[in-house]
Design a binder for this molecule. Structure first.
Ligand SMILES: Cc1cc2nc3c(=O)[nH]c(=O)nc-3n(C[C@H](O)[C@H](O)[C@H](O)COP(=O)(O)OP(=O)(O)OC[C@H]3O[C@@H](n4cnc5c(N)ncnc54)[C@H](O)[C@@H]3O)c2cc1C
Length: 421
């Protein structure tokens, strides 16, 4: 990033949204010498980023670049354009530059040493203020007026703000009480911007109803060392959590795109759980066929296969009743226990949302084609990824790419870029 001064623009560059994407773009622009004004509707910045830090801020992932890129499934090519400018390595380097050490967890995920987001955000905001970024909280962007000025609602009333260029980094639609309430959708649609409907991603899913026994004994229990399969093919191992209404947790999040697709296509998704992924069908069957004498089947499952606790309870809950009289059928159930999911949990509870401003609406600089001078970054763009640090990495990378896109555009435009009716 360059530190040279830039004086030619009378109006400031305006960033709307003080989450990771907006803050990263503000840093790029301020370091290039631009006068930057940042507006956020909330009383303080980075609220979702801070929440992400509560469970241990997973800022990025250490896996190789090719595997990393595959996490962005349908939008790999698009996201790759930002990640080549600011990749996982650059994220770590940048975090270290803020005086925060990182470590790589056993799963390859990267965390700040203290696991929290607050020290990082504090250091970041201090850097931005020292670069001259003017931060306006409680300042909600409402759109543009007839002259093309930004309409900003503040406690003192509505203000009109002129901008040389604008970045919208307004987030997706999850956890709206933290600020990203997706109120930008109708404003941009009215200006001809095509938007893929937002959907809950990295979220839990509901079953019809768990039995009273399961609810009583096993809600919030982690289901460990298992694998989940969707549509007979997509298969992942890990851990998930049994909730009062269904399923959630990292393994479910990793499959949420596929689960959503199944529900959209057929009204439900049949999730298959392999309760013992480290044993083959033949090994499970052989163990079950060993003589059990007077022992109950519950004891037999526990002694021969180590199947007990929440997994045994789920087997009782979801396996067809007749399979408990036939060891081959019971083996099939243990290796592919059907869990029928009906719908995603509400978007407000999700970690992130899929959908957003469609890729074809933006040029190489991440500028909206129908609105010259207006750029977009972060989760409000139409890409999706599982948890694992991929969300924040892409938000930071798109903020970095949009910031540089704005620099290029500003350099080639003498006149003030405005949106008019
Ligand atoms: C519980 C939880 C845990 C998470 N954990 C992780 C994790 O460990 N790792 C990871 O990679 N990701 C994680 N995420 C996801 C990550 O936090 C988000 O993807 C990321 O914060 C999105 O960044 P953003 O800048 O695009 O938007 P946001 O962070 O949502 O910021 C958008 C900002 O825009 C402001 N805004 C919105 N509309 C307006 C308006 N009209 N006018 C003015 N301001 C407006 C909002 O107030 C907000 O400050 C987690 C999310 C949640 C909910």
């Amino acid at each position: 990033m360059s530190g040279s001064q830039h004086n030619s623009m009378a109006a400031p560059v305006c960033i709307i949204g003080g989450g990771p994407a907006g803050l990263m773009a503000a840093e790029v622009l301020a370091q290039a010498g631009h006068s930057v004004q940042l507006f956020d509707a909330m009383p303080s910045l980075g609220r979702k980023f801070l929440l992400a830090g509560i469970g241990g801020l997973n800022i990025t992932h250490s896996e190789d670049k090719t595997t990393f890129m595959q996490r962005y499934s349908a939008q790999t090519d698009w996201v790759e354009r930002w990640l080549t400018q600011f990749d996982a390595e650059a994220v770590r380097h940048w975090v270290h530059g803020l005086g925060i050490e990182t470590f790589v967890g056993s799963s390859g995920r990267v965390f700040p040493k203290e696991m929290k987001a607050a020290p990082l955000l504090r250091a970041w905001l201090q850097r931005l203020r020292s670069l001259g970024v003017k931060i306006h909280t409680r300042s909600r962007w409402l759109g543009w007026d007839a002259q093309g000025a930004l309409r900003i609602a503040t406690d003192a009333g509505e203000q009109q703000v002129q901008a040389s260029a604008v970045l919208l980094a307004l987030g997706g639609g999850s956890w709206p009480r933290l600020g990203s309430d997706a109120a930008w959708i109708p404003i941009l649609q009215h200006r001809g911007v095509a938007i893929a409907a937002l959907e809950a991603s990295n979220c839990g899913f509901d079953v019809a109803a768990w039995s009273a026994f399961l609810l009583d004994k096993w809600v919030a229990a982690p289901v460990k060392n298992c694998a989940l399969r969707v549509a007979g093919q997509v298969y992942r191992q890990g851990e998930w959590l049994l909730t009062a209404t269904g399923v959630e947790g990292s393994l479910v999040y990793a499959l949420s795109a596929e689960i959503r697709q199944q529900i959209a296509a057929q009204g439900h998704c049949l999730l298959e759980m392999d309760c013992l992924p480290h044993k083959t069908y033949a090994e499970v069957l052989a163990a079950l066929q060993r003589p059990r004498g007077k022992k109950t089947l519950t004891k037999h499952l526990q002694q021969q296969l180590g199947l007990d606790g929440v997994k045994a309870a789920l087997l009782r809950e979801c396996a067809p009743a007749e399979s408990f009289n036939d060891m081959a059928q019971l083996t099939a159930a243990i290796k592919a226990l059907p869990i029928r999911l009906l719908h995603a949990r509400p978007m407000a509870e999700a970690i992130s949302t899929a959908g957003g401003v469609k890729a074809e609406m933006l040029d190489q600089n991440l500028m909206l084609k129908p609105l010259p001078g207006v750029f977009c970054a972060g989760e409000m763009l139409d890409w999706d990824a599982p948890t694992g640090g991929y969300l924040l990495t892409a938000c930071l990378a798109s903020g970095f790419a949009a910031g540089h896109g704005m620099l290029r555009w500003l350099a080639s435009h003498e006149s003030v870029g405005r949106v008019t009716e």
